[in-house]
Design a protein around this ligand. Sequence first.
Ligand SMILES: [Zn+2]
Length: 411
Amino acid sequence: MDGIVYLYQYQLQKFFNDSSACTMGVAYEWKGEDVFHAYLEYPRVAPSGFAVACAFLKARSKEEFDNPSRVVDSCVAMSPALRQAKIAIIFHVAGGVVSKCAVDMDSPGKRYRVEYVPDKSNLYTRSKGLIEVGALEKKRVLIVGLGSGGASIAVELAKAGVGHFSLVDFDRLELHNISRHIAGVNELGRLKTNIVRDAILGKNPYAQVDTYPVDMMQEAELTERLVAETDLVIAATDSLASRYMLNSLIIKYKKVGLFGRAVTRAEGGDVLRVRPGGPCYACLKGSQWLVGEEEITDVRRARETGVIPAYTSTEDANAMVQVGLSTDIAPINTMVVKLAIQELSRGTECVIASLDNELDYDFYMWANRRELYFVNWAPFNHNPGRKKPTILQWYGVKFAKSCDCHECRDF
Ligand SMILES: [Zn+2]
């Protein structure tokens, strides 16, 4: 296979308008794969791969363009630093037509195919017909909490074509997050808001992503504004207090909210949907469905909040945050995403609206196995007629609004 160099068209205009014949850029390569992504400026979508220098060159004539080594030699004579480059991308513009090629600087006989990363109009053509991409493109989703839940949900919604995101989380990626988070060790230490922004932009470079690396409990005014401005609130936080605060704001601004969580060690989980006129998070308080320990996902925060006592050894504390496997959290994320798309596409003409007849519960429960909360559920496949719940299956529950709920009486 020939090598390929990918370019981002929007970065080239300045170079074409410039009078200079050559300039340095940065290319990212994957060792042994002969694939480069070349940039003239720090890209909107965070690059991956190993960075090498590359040269952007202009040929003065068609004849010169057809002899890349001549272009390389004349540019290096003018600007010896270009010798450092590993590849050269050569352009020739004539009559409004841009010709382009790329060569290896050490052996200009070695050519690469040059491609542009497609623009907005081409990126999501495959989704058309299944969902109305244009409709979701205008929607805004607020996601609070970007751990193993919120981060995955954000990326799935970007893939579905959601165009606007507000992301709230003050945490940085730590080693113990890696096995369940979308990010890998190459992003350790980064703010989760920025990691998720980059992951969204990797799927849709034209999404608008606003990041807020703050503790929402300390930023009441900001949180209120974000809820007021959004079409949908996704609460993927690991604290009760923050969920109650979001619940109040969802009611105040008549928004739709989705509350997803995994119960301890991801034995199972649940998703609550709050809609204007329906039951709210506080209506469930004291309900048998909402029992279960709070999810603990971070040792430092668990110590700060007293969930893990100060005298607990580091080893024991780490054991306490073993919150289950990613695969056990995935079903909960998927349900949140499905409900999110259903809510966002409400009122638009798309196939998924047909789900409205069936996906109409307020609360959804899922069990991965039987240890603590689900120990009394009937064994898997031992329940002909399915009178009792089994593991690995969703159960929808309809709730009556609690008439004395202090939060949503007037919702
Ligand atoms: Zn209520």
